[in-house]
Every structure is written in C-alpha cells, then in structure tokens.
Design a binder for this molecule. Structure first.
Ligand code: BTN
Length: 265
C-alpha cells in the first residue's frame, strides 16, 4: 500500500514555513530526507501516524495516531557555521521546553535531545544532517506526546508523560505546532546570527540531572556512572566520570534508570 497520499497544505500564508500534513507516513524524517531537494526551505512534514517512527540510535518512536505530534522541519544550513550544527538538537529541545512553559509547565532538557516534565519524557528529537546536490540541510524530527491518554503512556517502558496528562486538557495540535515552529525558527536564526552562547545559558537553566549521579551510555553502549557538572560553551556536557575523571561528552545518552534500554522508546 502506498501510504504517501497527497498531503493537505495547512499553512501557507505569511509564515516562513509551509506545513504538509499526511494521514500516514513511514517516518517524517525518512520522508523529508528523500524529498528535501524538491521542497522549499522550512517545509514541515506532519504525519498523523508514523508506521516506522524512529528515535536516536536504533530506537522506535511510538505515538498515538491522531493524538500526538510527529513532524519534521527542513532547515537550510547554508548560513549556519559548521561547528554549530551539533547544537541544533539542543536548541530544538530548548524550543520545545519554552513552548511547554507557555502551558504553565516546568520542563527540563535531558541532554542532548529529550524534554522532560517532572523527570518524565514528553518529547524526543532526532536531528539528521544530510547533503544533497552539494546543499546541506538539517532535518529536525520532533515527537511530542500531546493528547495521549494515561493508558497509552503507561505502556511506554521509560518514565513518560503527555501534555494532556499534565494539564488535564486536550490541545489543538495545529495551534501547538504553529507556536512551536515560530519558536524553533527564531531560535535557529539566533544560532545562525550570534552563535550558541545565548542559547547555552537558556539550556543550562533547564538542564536535567545537573550535579546528580547518573549513568551515561556512549554510542558503543558502554555505560559510565558519574555526575553531570555543567554544559560547556560549545554544548558538550562536562561530566565527572567515576572511571575516567572529568571529560566532555559530545554524544551518547543519559539513562533514565538502570533498566532503560537504548533500543526502546
Ligand atoms: C528520540 O527520543 O530518540 C528521538 C525521537 C524522535 C521522534 C520523531 S517523531 C517525528 C520524526 N520522525 C521520526 O521517525 N522520528 C522523529
């Protein structure tokens, strides 16, 4: 079955972005990566349902069709210094956190790509950099648990929550999406024009597990207990590792708890 039906264009007026809404896609990131050279900058691919939503590493991203938000934004990276590409995930997590603050919540950023409420995951970000015909793009994939019910959330194998579970209200997803796009695109422009420092401070204020004992898992899946000390100026994490002393981390993941697997959402 071809699941890539014709999209509905839900926003095309004065905003810099255009939203293409699909009922069902395999993965909005995979779709956007395939079509980026024919789509305008700041295209947003929104799917009501993803059949193979992906997270970082080999994880699966599951969400409730028609209730949550799963979308990807195409960013032109021509005016972003190359060394700042590593900050895209974090400024997106910051943008999601700031959007949630507008709903009266107090989110934290679990470095580098998760947003938590009371220590429970509400959003995950998968940023991929791709080069097509000599042009470099950022594909920012964002999943947010918006209107998922407590029953669905209870089936997730890490501590998780949804906006509805937190504020006991259903949210109109398109309104939330538009609010968030404005914040992300502004934040991206600040990153392009002034660098990471201003955003670093904002992220640092919201950083989860600072000075707490955590377990860090690197890309090879080796685990290191230790303590998060700070967010470095370049966005890497300053970590006091019990085995290796003070080190800076630029990829990998902080475990929620000892049984957390990198393969599952
Ligand atoms: C993570 O938690 O590891 C990141 C999850 C990212 C999920 C989003 S949903 C929209 C976009 N499409 C995907 O297949 N993944 C991202």
């Amino acid at each position: 079955m071809n699941i890539e039906q014709k999209p509905g264009i839900v926003k095309s007026d004065k905003a810099v972005y255009t939203i293409y809404k699909y009922a069902r896609l395999e993965s909005t990131n995979a779709f956007l990566k395939r079509h980026c050279s024919t789509l305008p900058d700041y295209s947003v691919i929104w799917a009501d349902e993803q059949t193979h939503g992906r997270g970082r590493f080999t994880r699966i991203w599951n969400s409730e069709p028609g209730r949550d938000l799963t979308f990807s934004l195409l960013l032109p990276l021509t005016s972003l210094e190359q060394k700042l590409r590593q900050n895209l995930t974090q400024i997106t997590a910051l943008s999601v956190a700031q959007m949630l603050e507008g709903y009266g919540l107090k989110p934290s950023v679990k470095w580098p790509n998760d947003v938590l409420i009371h220590g429970k995951k509400i959003s995950g970000i998968l940023c991929e950099i791709i080069k097509t015909d000599g042009v470099v793009y950022g594909v920012l994939g964002i999943g947010i648990n918006v209107n998922s019910t407590a029953k669905t959330i209870a089936n997730i194998d890490i501590p998780a929550t949804s906006l509805r579970c937190e504020i006991q209200k259903n949210i109109v997803r398109q309104d939330l999406l538009e609010e968030l796009l404005e914040i992300i695109i502004n934040c991206f422009n600040v990153l392009c024009q002034t660098g990471f420092m201003r955003k670093r401070l904002e992220i640092r204020k919201r950083l989860a597990f600072i000075n707490e004992h955590i377990t860090f898992t690197d890309v090879k899946q080796d685990s290191y207990p230790g303590k998060i000390i700070d967010l470095n100026d370049d966005g890497t994490l300053l970590f006091e590792c019990e085995k290796r002393g003070i080190i800076s981390l630029n990829s990998g993941e902080i475990a929620f708890h000892n049984s957390y697997s990198m393969r599952k959402h």
